[in-house]
Ligand binder design. Structure first.
Ligand code: NI
Length: 186
């Protein structure tokens, strides 16, 4: 096995999840190394996407890897820096989970297709269309970079019902099959 560097994942209650990411203006070897660690963390936690602030960085970076999902085996993992949705189309509703909200699944409605402008690790700009689950994951991770979580889509009543579970997560009174950040005072 080569060096695996799994990073602890921030979960609900951690301030950084509510902070907006900063635009990445330079990249170097440490950026590439950090992204590699993000992939190690994602694979170890069985996730499909990860945003940098979920693992302690304010940089506007997200990754997605759907190659272990049925129907998406042929897709390549993607690194997205400084994402911006240029166009979106349609609507679909699907149950989403989040590594920062272990155990919680919510039906979320999002545009079905997006045209994404983003930069790669050399800061070259690309525009690419995404649809289906790939579009959904990218939008979910962009929400993270904007300090937004899936619970923010809930109506007041539904959020209130979820509050006891959220309090448990915030206090780390939960079993999570991957490494999470230490409990912050809140
Ligand atoms: Ni998430």
């Amino acid at each position: 096995m080569e060096n695996m560097a799994k990073l602890p994942i921030n979960i609900v209650g951690d301030k950084i999840l509510r902070q907006k990411a900063k635009k990445v203006t330079t990249t170097d070897d440490s950026t590439v190394e950090f992204i590699k660690d993000m992939f190690d963390t994602l694979h170890a936690s069985d996730g499909v996407g990860l945003a940098a602030n979920q693992v302690g960085s304010r940089d506007a970076i997200l990754i997605a890897d759907l190659s272990h999902v049925e129907g998406y085996e042929e897709t390549d993992p993607i690194v997205v820096i400084n994402p911006k949705i240029i166009k979106s189309e349609g609507n679909s509703t699907y149950e989403e989970g989040c590594l920062s909200l272990p155990g919680i699944k919510l039906e979320i409605t999002r545009p079905e297709k997006v045209l994404l402008r983003y930069q790669d690790t050399d800061l070259n700009t690309h525009e690419e269309n995404f649809s289906g689950l790939f579009a959904r994951v990218i939008q979910h991770e962009i929400d993270h970079l904007n300090g937004k979580l899936i619970i923010d889509y809930l109506e007041e009543e539904a959020l209130k019902n979820l509050e006891p579970e959220l309090q448990k997560l915030k206090a780390r009174e939960i079993e999570v099959p991957y490494s999470v950040s230490v409990h912050e005072a809140f």
